[in-house]
Design a binder for this molecule. Structure first.
Ligand code: HEM
Ligand code: HEM
Length: 189
């Protein structure tokens, strides 16, 4: 006969809804492409004229910014409790900090890239369809420094994503507690 503890473990934990899941995996796909462009685009110097790869980097980066803002607003309107069962007390605050940091970096880093592109006086478009204004004056010191911080934060984002993925795999393979399934299609609400 199953113990009460076993029955509680078997109950499904509330998962993310289809919109939150779609936006999560859309951002993952866009980010994979974005890092491929970042690492294959030509070195950017004082007189660089943006070619196809740099324009793709800017277009994908601005798309990520827009999707993440929508995703964040959706998240605020549709709060999802973190999974709570059988978790050590440090796990929830850590997950909250990492998820929060991922959102912040996904918003701040593209804006700094946009500032740097503005300081380079480039034409900034989303796939050539929508032209965006410059955020800072051409050749401004602020815009130049923003480029360095942009690159640093993009690396920080990569490290945090690595930790986040390791945590998801740990929940699946070691803890087997249904946390990864919360973000997979066909589960939850
Ligand atoms: C989440 C979105 C983004 C990620 C993950 C990202 C990632 C990166 C990375 C890793 C680099 C360094 C490439 C290298 O040195 O090998 C870089 C450079 C750069 N990115 Fe982004 N980027 C994003 C969004 C954007 C956006 C939206 C723009 C402009 C509209 C942009 C413009 C630039 C520029 C101008 C550089 C060169 C910076 C410099 O050398 O000072 N990026 N990006
Ligand atoms: C580009 C990479 C990724 C980013 C930026 C990212 C970002 C995020 C963020 C911000 C959340 C919190 C969602 C919210 O509460 O609103 C989240 C949740 C989650 N992510 Fe990711 N993620 C990425 C890749 C992945 C991958 C590859 C996996 C699976 C191996 C994964 C599995 C999960 C799971 C299971 C949750 C739900 C955790 C919970 O139960 O609360 N993520 N992700």
């Amino acid at each position: 006969m199953p113990s009460i503890r076993t029955e509680v473990r078997a109950a499904p934990i509330q998962g993310y809804g289809p919109v939150a899941k779609t936006l999560h995996w859309l951002v993952v796909a866009l980010l994979i492409a974005q890092y491929v462009f970042a690492f294959t685009m030509p070195d950017i110097g004082r007189n660089t004229v943006p070619g196809a790869l740099i324009n793709l980097h800017m277009s994908f980066g601005l798309t990520i910014l827009a999707v993440v803002v929508v995703r964040w607003l959706w998240r605020i309107g549709h709060p999802i409790p973190l999974a709570t069962r059988d978790m050590p007390s440090w796990e929830q605050p850590l997950a909250r900090i990492v998820h929060g940091a991922l959102y912040v970096l996904l918003v701040v880093s593209p804006i700094l890239g946009w500032m740097n592109a503005s300081a380079r006086d480039w034409t900034i478009t989303v796939f050539g369809l929508l032209q965006l204004p410059h955020l800072v004056a051409a050749r401004s010191a602020l815009g130049r420094q923003a480029g360095d911080v942009h690159t640093f934060l993009a690396w920080t984002l990569l490290v945090l994503v690595g930790l986040h993925v390791l945590a998801a795999l740990y929940h699946y393979f070691v803890r087997n507690d249904g946390v990864l399934q919360r973000m997979l299609p066909g589960t939850g609400r």
